[in-house]
Design a protein around this ligand. Structure first.
Ligand code: NA7
Length: 551
């Protein structure tokens, strides 16, 4: 499409799951593409998060690309939940098989992106001191890519080794014989804890909020298991495209409160034994919307914790309270609770024993010094918006994205933020994002973006921007939907509550992957309703504005 030198059709930021697929789809549709990746390899989230025990928490059949049946058939997953390392091998294979690497410039960060209105082009500045112009920008930057350090005084004084799970060193550290402290008990912390317990001299867990951890039931896959899935893969994917969570499991409608105690017990017990991330939520239709129904699940899991953890005082500290089950992502682990029965693992409950400061020798709590050789920060991310707000993005009139998002991020359908034309926010604020299968959501977004760019090319349209009114209405709808659930009762990263000073707004769309996909398709079919399209100027003709109508 682009005829000018040093101008590409699409600049893609990031070479993880979404960046790789964006390169493929846009290139195959005839667009020139240039991707930038800060790391020295592909993989995105999986490149940075390869800490001990890092695994995906959706089954491999679902957390993988669906665009190529050949790819599905030829790739043999080893486990139900693959490790970060295996996911990296998969993504490497995808990059090689579809010849994507030649479009990626590694070790290069996009520092700034400025929209040049007169040209309808974005000017990107990269960390190698160069610039590039692009008609479209596709930040495939991921929702969990900017680590959030713990806000603890003295952090810089620690004399031992210190790592954040989201920036794990390429050279695996040695753990044997070391006294290791882990701060944080979200998904990353839980995976680190159950993996390092028994592999170091002593493990001390610093827990601020106890989480719900359900069995992973991870296991190796046999050729027969793979064959069973392959035989119905197409149906599985088709079903996933219409469900709430983007996996092949429709949600029930019956209420937990209408079931008998015996029926509930049987369903919960089955969810525990045949566990998976959404198992408990699939027991009844109101687990995420009715506090009483939710508490039944919460109490069932607390009962399991009491059964597993032998020391009642430790068990008590591990019981999750203060937020409904499922409103922070539950964690998967087959041995998390039982590691607390080991003599070489101890738990510090920061609610009763807060950290005073980090010192060269370790962590000083209100009950004294805990000496450590290694500190692991599993303290999460500046999620969903962090990757974009860390780039100096300036749209129409030089407006900074950070200024626009001061009171909370906004994007129409999670795809575009008004005033920043031709910039697509892949799985952005207002899309289901992390509250549905991310790999499904990524493909849906990249497909939509590709089709949109094809439409613009075919209709001589130079610029597309979200209509501010449509954007406001959509974000209001996002808030209305979440208000019908229990999600806002948790201080989760879904609403920026984990980052001090970050505006608090619930960003993922909870209307369900299937409904959302339909809405996006309808908007496109109606000539991009809610978007303003501007036709390319021809000699002697003024630029025409087409408000969300077909050309
Ligand atoms: P999360 O889920 O944000 O968890 C971070 C954990 O770190 C959580 O337990 C936090 O406690 C804790 N934390 C954060 N800051 C501090 C400080 N300053 N002191 C003590 N503890 C702290 O991040 P993860 O990396 O585990 O998982 C992110 C997602 O990746 C996950 O949801 C899956 O989708 C995959 P808090 O709960 O805030 O009290």
């Amino acid at each position: 499409m682009s005829q000018e030198p040093n101008v590409v059709d699409a600049a893609i930021i990031g070479a993880g799951f979404s960046g790789l697929y964006a390169i493929k789809r846009l290139r195959d549709a005839g667009f020139s593409v240039q991707a930038f990746e800060a790391g020295d390899g592909i993989g995105g989230t999986w490149y940075w998060n390869h800490y001990p025990g890092a695994r995906v928490d959706l089954e491999c059949w679902d957390y993988s690309y669906s665009f190529s049946p050949e790819l599905q058939d030829e790739w043999d997953w080893s486990h139900r939940y693959p490790t970060a390392q295996e996911l990296m091998r998969y993504l490497e294979h995808v990059a090689d098989r579809f010849k994507l690497r030649e479009h990626i410039q590694f070790n290069t960060r996009v520092d700034a992106a400025e929209f040049i209105e007169a040209e309808n082009l974005w000017l990107l500045r990269t960390s190698d001191g160069k610039t590039l112009k692009a008609r479209f920008v596709v930040p495939a930057t991921g929702g969990l890519s900017v680590p959030k350090p713990p806000e603890i005084p003295g952090i810089e004084t620690f004399a031992g080794e210190a790592y954040h799970t989201g920036r794990w060193p390429r050279q695996e550290p040695a753990y044997e014989g070391k006294r290791i402290g882990v701060i944080g008990t979200g998904s990353s912390g839980v995976q680190v804890i159950h993996t390092l317990a028994g592999k170091c001299k002593h493990l001390t867990v610093f827990q601020r909020t106890a989480v719900f951890v359900v069995p992973a039931k991870n296991h190796p896959l046999t050729p027969e298991m793979r064959q069973r899935v392959r035989a119905t893969y197409a149906e599985r994917r088709n079903l996933s495209r219409i469900t709430r969570f983007g996996i092949p499991a429709p949600m029930p409608t019956e209420s937990a409160l209408e079931a008998t105690p015996e029926e509930r017990q049987a369903k919960f017990e089955n969810a525990w034994v045949n566990s998976q991330l959404l198992g408990f939520r699939q027991c009844f239709g109101d687990i995420l919307s009715n506090a009483e129904a939710n508490e039944l699940v919460a109490e069932f899991i607390r009962g399991k914790i009491r059964e597993i953890v032998k020391d009642p005082a430790t068990a008590q500290k591990l019981l999750p309270y203060g937020f409904p089950f499922g409103t922070k992502r539950p964690c998967l682990s087959d041995n998390y609770y039982s590691v607390y029965n080991r003599d070489d693992v101890s738990l510090v409950d920061l609610k009763s024993t807060p950290i005073v400061r980090i010192v060269p020798e370790g962590i000083e709590t209100t009950e004294g010094l805990i000496e450590l050789d290694m500190l692991i920060y599993a303290t999460g991310y500046d999620a969903l918006t962090g990757a974009l707000t860390h780039i100096d993005v300036r749209g129409v009139g030089g407006r900074k994205l950070n200024d626009k998002w001061t009171d909370g991020a906004k994007a129409y359908l999670g795809l575009m933020t008004a005033g920043f034309p031709n910039l697509f926010t892949v799985t952005g604020p207002g899309s289901p994002g992390p509250l549905a299968n991310m790999s499904m959501g990524i493909e849906q977004h990249v497909d939509w973006i590709t089709q949109c760019m094809e439409y613009l090319r075919d209709h001589g349209i130079a610029r597309i921007d979200a209509d501010p009114a449509a954007e406001d209405a959509w974000m209001q709808h996002v808030q209305e939907v979440v208000s019908r659930t229990l999600y806002e009762k948790a201080n989760s990263w879904y609403r920026g509550a984990n980052v001090p000073g970050k505006p608090q707004l619930f960003l993922p769309y909870l209307g369900g992957h299937g409904n959302y996909r339909r809405k996006c398709d309808d908007v496109a079919a109606a000539g991009y309703q809610g978007f303003a399209l501007t036709r390319r100027a021809r000699a002697g003709q003024p630029v025409a504005d087409l408000a969300g109508s077909a050309a």
